[in-house]
Design a protein around this ligand. Structure first.
Ligand SMILES: C[S@@+](CC[C@H](N)C(=O)[O-])C[C@H]1O[C@@H](n2cnc3c(N)ncnc32)[C@H](O)[C@@H]1O
Length: 313
């Protein structure tokens, strides 16, 4: 782990092994963060490989300019969203690559640097943008969306049982004064959720904060767009490694891999195929790889990680 960007890389060896990284290959890390996977890709593809490292966070980019210096002939930094992977590769004059890794969600510095507003444990303005030039903050959503829209965000992206109650409480409170900070929001959530429900399970604000973060950054929309373009960006035999941290992401990845690994989707009673659907991927492993007990003990944030791998046919 790098002291300047304190993020423990999750499922590092499993990811690099299953990607079958080879010397001289061209790889993409779609979520560079502190660069743990990027550095491992650089090492495994050396001495003449290339790694394109994408992140939308300027802090991650600035940090990479420092740690990436010794790799500068083999590392291409791209500040942007992985949803635009095709455009990023076209701009670099690269058609296809040999492997792609995405370690979804937020980095530890994004969570731990209070001023980013991602965490209910740090007092801060409710920002939550991974990309500091993004136009919508969590404050904007909380103070301008109506109760039905907020309920949908909390339900769809947080799987929050008390979504409607929290949304209604927010709408009431903001009539008195806009909700600006993480602690103000935590207080509103606590007031909205019945005391008995607050006494069990994780922190009562956890799901609402997750939901807001996903909405602010359109995380699921970006993931779907990335996946749709990935098969076109891979050489035959190239592999995709996707690490997800909650069921919403994992479900999207799992369904996409299954769909792309299926040859014909016609109803079984038809005598011959009329759909023309052709598999573009094969599943390298059927069940996701989970972190070992040792890894979770060393890094509790790894506990919900799931790694899925598919290969371009
Ligand atoms: C879990 S961290 C990655 C950590 C990294 N694998 C490491 O070892 O340090 C996720 C990173 O992906 C970035 N990110 C998330 N969604 C993104 C997107 N749609 N486009 C580009 N970067 C994204 C975040 O800014 C964050 O830095």
């Amino acid at each position: 782990m790098d002291a300047g960007f304190a993020h423990h890389t999750v499922l590092l060896h499993e990811t690099i092994d299953l990607l079958q990284v080879h010397s001289g290959g061209v790889y993409v890390d779609g979520t560079m963060g502190g660069g743990g996977h990027t550095r491992a890709l650089l090492e495994a593809s050396g001495p003449d490989g290339t790694v394109i490292a994408i992140d939308q966070d300027q802090v991650a980019m600035d940090h990479a300019k420092v740690w990436g210096e010794p790799w500068k002939d083999h590392l291409i930094l791209v500040k942007g969203n992985f949803r635009d992977i095709k455009i990023h590769l076209q701009t670099l004059g690269i058609n296809r690559v040999d492997g792609i890794v995405c370690d979804l969600g937020v980095s530890s510095p994004q969570l731990d640097r209070g001023e980013r507003g991602f965490s209910y444990q740090h007092e801060a303005l409710l920002d939550m943008r991974m990309n500091e030039v993004g136009t919508v903050t969590a404050r904007d959503l909380l103070n301008h969306r109506d109760a039905a829209e907020l309920t949908k965000i909390f339900r769809d992206y947080g799987e929050e049982k008390w979504a409607a109650r929290v949304a209604e409480r927010i709408v009431q409170e903001r009539k008195k004064k806009p909700i600006e900070t993480t602690t103000e929001l935590v207080e509103v959530i606590k007031a909205a959720i019945p005391a008995a429900a607050r006494r069990t399970g994780p922190h009562p604000a956890r799901r609402i904060f997750q939901a807001l973060r996903i909405a602010v950054n359109d995380e699921l929309g970006a993931l779907e767009q990335l996946l749709a373009d990935l098969p076109d960006c891979l050489n035959k035999g190239g592999r995709i490694a996707m690490i997800s941290f909650h069921s919403l992401e994992d479900r999207i990845v799992k369904k996409f891999f299954q769909w792309e690994a299926t040859d014909c989707i016609c109803p079984p009673h038809l005598p011959k195929c009329v759909c023309g659907h052709v598999a573009r991927l094969k599943l390298v492993i059927r069940k996701p790889v989970l972190p070992s007990d040792d890894e979770v003990e060393m890094n509790p944030r790894a506990r919900s990680a799931k790694l899925r791998i598919a290969e371009r046919l």
